[in-house]
Design a protein around this ligand. Structure first.
Ligand code: ZN
Length: 263
């Protein structure tokens, strides 16, 4: 009887150690993971985001549309940002979104996804990869669906993304859980005016639930549409930094490269 109890104890202990090791390694030996993503390549990213991230030594992903005027005007700074270890993610060239069909009157008729073919969309994605490679020399990167639009001409573009990217970010809210991650429809938390306490609670939840939380920011300044306040952003990333013992913070491409091989 004693032998059986001893054997059961040993089996239980070994399986616990194996489970803990698997959990520990999943997010680079941390409890959970945070990816900071910034969309649309605006000057605010260079002026207000980068200095904060640099001061905390945090690396992020910037989803870049080719038509960004900041990219044209301040290309050397964007190249430098990539050299520092941040990811330049693909966000198409013209940032096409469904306009007419969804009554988004801010979508320019020339770049209305309603009028695109799948081939046209994929050409745009491919050429943007060429442009980004010219900036950072990288051949592996991630993608962010423009406006979270996943269909072109009635067809899902999600399966095609596997040919060009290691992962793609959607705009559906939620955490991404170990072993259940949809790498081509990564869930997010869009930061747009929430109370800082709510945002900090979400960081804590990602740690507690051993999940990946992907923050989506647009402009980080006052006044611009979809913008996040400079103060909120600064306080949030400082809070994330303070949790670094528990949470892995890395660009999306690094997380995908590290985690996908384990699945
Ligand atoms: Zn965008």
């Amino acid at each position: 009887m004693k032998k059986i109890i001893l054997l059961t104890t040993i089996i239980y202990s070994v399986s616990t150690i194996i489970a803990q090791t698997a959990t520990g390694n999943y997010w680079n030996n941390k409890q959970g993971c945070i990816v900071l993503t910034y969309d649309d390549a605006t000057d605010s990213h260079l002026d207000y985001v980068l200095p904060i991230l640099d001061s905390l030594n945090l690396k992020a992903t910037f989803y870049i549309p080719g038509h960004s005027s900041s990219l044209y005007q301040r290309m050397d700074e964007w190249k430098e940002l990539a050299k520092e270890g941040h990811e330049l993610g693909n966000h198409t060239i013209y940032h096409p979104c469904h306009g007419k069909s969804l009554k988004r009157d801010w979508v320019k008729p020339d770049h209305d996804l309603d009028d695109y073919s799948v081939g046209q969309f994929l050409d745009e994605v491919r050429i943007q990869n060429t442009m980004l490679k010219a900036l950072d020399g990288k051949t592996t990167r991630t993608f962010a669906y423009t406006c979270g639009d996943l269909n072109v001409a009635g067809e899902s573009i999600v399966p095609y993304m596997k040919d060009y990217f290691i992962a793609a970010r959607d705009v559906q809210p939620g955490l991404n859980y170990q072993g259940k991650i949809d790498w081509y429809k990564l869930k997010i938390l869009s930061v747009r005016g929430q109370d800082i306490r709510v945002l900090k609670e979400e960081v804590d939840r990602a740690i507690k639930e051993k999940a990946m939380l992907v923050f989506l920011f647009h402009g980080v300044e006052k006044g611009a549409p979809l913008s996040t306040s400079y103060v909120i952003h600064k306080e949030l990333v400082a809070y994330i930094k303070s949790k670094e013992n528990e949470i892995w913070v890395a660009p999306m491409v690094e997380v995908a490269e590290f985690v996908k091989v384990k699945e």
